[in-house]
Design a protein around this ligand. Sequence first.
Ligand SMILES: [Zn+2]
Length: 304
Amino acid sequence: MVKNKIIFLKYVRSHYLIVTVLLGIVMGLGLAYLYLKRPPSKNGSFIDPIPPHYIVHTHVNTNAFLPKISPVVPLNKVDLPIIMYHYVEYVKDKNDTIRQRLDTNPYTFEEELKAINDNGYTTYFVKEIPEILEGKIKAPAKSVVLTFDDGYEDFYTDAFPLIKKYHVKATIYIIYDFIGRPNFMNAKELKEVADSGLVEVGSHTLDHAYLKKAKLAYATSQIVNSKKDLENLLGLKVETFAYPFGAFDEQAINILKEASYSAAVSEIYGSVQTPDNLYFLSRIRSGFFAGSEANTLKALQTVR
Ligand SMILES: [Zn+2]
């Protein structure tokens, strides 16, 4: 009897193991099936994964900025690449790696403008984007926005002549306190650029301030006073803003709205613009074009 009982227990135990293993396999297959059949992520449907080297301070819960009330006028999303330039020059100091990295040389820049012109692209100012999103401006599919950060003097000496030659629109973001410093445009140059009708002047704070998690009074002064000072200096309306270092938060956005800015550009990679990201519009670094006219066209056609 005892012997039979032991045999029986061994029998149950071995089958129990087999059943457990089989159940494990079935559950594993089920989970794998569910994982593979999962719906695509919300963002994945229209925004490419952001390459890590393009991300600058993007730890922002964008849902926090979604409009609380549905807009009366239906708003659209548009595929509108905003290109971000810094220096446009032949960098003389080969040891200046930061400048090399942020530079688009004038030959390359001209190739890019040729690609834009020869292929029938329309250029827009950043200040026109709100109206494009509202449908008041009908931007063709082939549209592009050119932006230049910091207000370097090479914008005046190298980029501006080409902007006039190809008659394209550009938006420059000026650091107010840096106007007239070595390497930066002075007030006279800036006025000439602004009066050309081809260049929108936007604010890039008073002294290239880091606005993320900044004290309220500091952020307010940087955003409000830079606008006021630029408007007084140039006798025009400053409507848009670029975050230094691409760093922003909800507080900065609220101050911008309060100060009647209509839009702001970030350094988040992408070309799809929507009413939801009007105060942190996506941009693409100029290096994305990789030089030639053909590459520029290819890049414009494929970027999303
Ligand atoms: Zn900057």
